[in-house]
Design a protein around this ligand. Sequence first.
Ligand code: OOG
Ligand code: NI
Length: 456
Amino acid sequence: MSEFQLIDQNVLRAAFSSAMSKMYRDEVPAYGTLMDLVAEVNVKRLAKDTSLANSLLATDGLNRISDERHGAIRVGTEAELKMIRRVFALLGMYPVGYYDLSVAGIPVHSTAFRPLGQEALSHNPFRVFTSLLRLDLINDNNLQIQAENVLAKRHIFSGAAVKLIEKAENEGGVSIPDSEHFIREILKTFKWHTQANVTHELYNKLHDAHRLIADIVSFKGPHINHLTPRTLDIDQVQDLMPSRSINPKAVIEGPPKRKCPILLRQTSFKAIEEDVDFTDVKNGKHTARFGEIEQRGAALTPKGRALYDRLLNKTRDKCTPAADGSNAQDYINTLNQVFVEFPDDWKTLHTEKLAYFSYQATKKDLAKADTNLSFDELIEAGVIRFDPIIYEDFLPVSAAGIFQSNLGDKEAANIAQNSNQDLFENQLGAKVLDEFEHYAKIEAASKKACLEQLQF
Ligand code: OOG
Ligand code: NI
């Protein structure tokens, strides 16, 4: 076949993410309202803050600022997870990081499938936080077997999807003529199903064991449970949500509001109640799907991350945010006070190597005298500029907070802490990648390119 051509994975991922967005807006109208609010606030923020606009222009490009940055799914079995990994690989998304949610009483462990290199991330950074149910953490043996039986019978990918996946793997990628069909078939896996797979009685039992188990086991597939656009001003969107009849969770997860944003701040609106028909009874209800927003800042080095973790733990030791929001202001005050210790200017974050940066030469022709300067002196002299590398991953404590705010107040079940990355990697059929390694690589590559540009 001389005409045979593969589609660029970045293009395919962008098309997939936009198809998913459209589907989710149709399924959850409140999510569309949130997207509109995010876009409005972003436009206003950019008009006010030219230095932010310039920095985005220098690094990220200003296009698609308000587009989805991530979604989340929850799968039921090892076989489902393996298949998901194969699909995401075709979209240029690879598993980065291991997140153990059992520490927060949530019976799943997770990874984030995401693009890796700077080019792929800039083209389209869409990632999917993917959790696998851990029935091994449920005490009721009988219920465990019932859940396993239900899961064993379902096929989350259509026959056509499986054929297209296998064909693409054999051909080294998805072909241009197959690409639309591929997206259409893959999307079906993440669609909402009003028709449940279980009786009302079994649903209730699963729900009583843990609401998340009912969400994962009772349906035909791993419906997308939220999508998350990027906001440039999360505090403002959080404040404005009620004016659009959206009910936000009590506190924003992650670091406090800062001059120099770090890592990831997130908030969501409470999950909506949806109609479901059980196999025996109609007119049931299920609550699982929601909308979220995120504001991303600098990726931290292991040193910066250790400081973040220490300060977050210190904050939560002093004040643990209550699920009902009753101590929200107390928590925010404590967070602000404790995080005073985290430097909040780019220069210090850079010299103390707390965050990762990308470098760019600002002057093509060096003055003769400049050629003897060290890299740091070139920065000092304004020959090289540095911008933070954006954090592309997730935060376990924040993820637990997002899960919990959508599971109701009483769901911090008593599950023994049971982190098991080896088990997860077996279930995934691959090792998860180390997030720090990838930021370090991006930083090193930009440093090299910058020096080459200056002809050292
Ligand atoms: C995933 C929750 C985690 C995030 O943004 O931290 C997450 C889920 O609810 O399935 O998406
Ligand atoms: Ni999320």
